[in-house]
Design a protein around this ligand. Structure first.
Ligand code: HEM
Length: 236
C-alpha cells in the first residue's frame, strides 16, 4: 500500500502544472537551440556560391550516418514532447477557466488563459501545421544530385531555390515566420521563468533578450525565402 502511494505521488509530479511547465521550458529552450543552428546553416544560401557551402555542410551531416539518425529521433522526440505537453497545458487552463467561470460567473468569469498564453496556443498550432509541411518539402523532397570536388551529393540548394521561386511558398513561409517570432518572443521568457531561472530583477532583462532573439531568429528565416524569391538565380 505504502509503495503504491509513493508511485502515485511520483507520477503526480509530472502531471502537475509545474511539472508540465518544466517540460515545456526545457524542450522549448532545446528547440530554440536547434533553430539557431538550423538558421546558421541556412544562411549559407546567402554565400552566393551556387550552393557549394550549403551542400557541403548538408553532405557532411549525412556522412554521420547512424549518429544523424539518432539526432533526428531526439529532435522529433523534443517536438512531440513540446507539442503534447503544450496541448495538455491548454486543456488544463481551459478546465481551470470553466471551474472559475462557474464559481465567479456574476463577476464576468476571470480567464486563466491570458492573451499571451492564447497567442502561444494559436501560433503553436500554426507551427504544428508548418513543420510537417516543411520537412515533407525538404528532407523528404526530391533527391537532386550534384558533384562537388568530384564527390556526388544531394543538391539541397537547388531544391531550396526551386521551392522559394514559387511565390505562394516563399510568401507563406515569410508569413509563418511572423508567428514564429511571436511564439519565440514569449516562449523564451516563459521558459526561463518556468525553469525558475528568474527573479524579479531579471524578468525584464530576460523579456528583452527573448524579444531580440526572436527577431533575429525569425527575422533570418523571414528574409531567406523572400531574398531567394527576388534575388537568387535558379542554378543552371
Ligand atoms: C527559410 C526557412 C527555412 C529553410 C530554408 C529551411 C531549410 C531546411 C532544409 C533544407 C531541410 C532539410 C535538411 C536535410 O534534409 O538535410 C530542413 C529540415 C528541417 N527543418 Fe528547416 N528550414 C527553414 C525553417 C525552419 C523552421 C522555422 C523550422 C522549425 C520551426 C524548421 C525545422 C526543420 C526540421 C525539424 C527539419 C528536419 C530535420 C532534418 O531533416 O534533419 N525549419 N530545413
Amino acid at each position: 500500500m505504502h509503495g503504491m502511494a509513493k508511485d502515485v505521488t511520483r507520477k503526480g509530479t509530472w502531471q502537475t502544472s509545474l511539472g508540465r511547465k518544466v517540460i515545456m521550458g526545457l524542450t522549448g529552450i532545446l528547440l530554440i537551440g536547434y533553430l539557431i543552428i538550423h538558421l546558421t546553416a541556412n544562411l549559407l544560401v546567402f554565400a552566393g556560391d551556387g550552393g557549394r557551402l550549403l551542400n557541403l555542410y548538408s553532405h557532411s551531416l549525412h556522412q554521420l550516418g547512424p549518429l544523424l539518425f539518432v539526432a533526428r529521433i531526439a529532435l522529433a522526440a523534443l517536438f512531440i514532447f513540446h507539442i503534447i505537453t503544450g496541448i495538455r497545458v491548454v486543456i488544463q487552463n481551459r478546465k481551470a477557466r470553466s471551474t472559475r467561470y462557474t464559481m465567479a460567473a456574476s463577476k464576468g468569469g476571470p480567464s486563466k488563459m491570458t492573451p499571451a498564453s492564447r497567442w502561444m496556443a494559436i501560433t503553436g498550432l500554426i507551427l504544428l501545421f508548418f513543420v510537417p509541411w516543411h520537412v515533407n518539402m525538404f528532407t523528404l523532397g526530391p533527391y537532386y544530385e550534384t558533384v562537388i570536388d568530384g564527390v556526388p551529393m544531394r543538391d539541397l540548394y537547388r531544391l531550396v531555390v526551386e521551392r522559394f521561386k514559387d511565390p505562394a511558398i516563399a510568401f507563406t513561409y515569410a508569413a509563418v515566420m511572423l508567428f514564429l517570432c511571436m511564439h519565440l518572443a514569449h516562449g523564451f521568457w516563459s521558459a526561463l521563468q518556468s525553469l525558475g531561472a528568474l527573479n524579479r530583477r531579471w524578468l525584464p532583462v530576460a523579456y528583452t533578450v527573448g524579444v531580440i532573439l526572436a527577431i533575429l531568429v525569425a527575422g533570418g528565416f523571414f528574409i531567406l525565402p523572400l531574398y531567394t524569391y527576388f534575388f537568387v538565380p535558379m542554378p543552371a
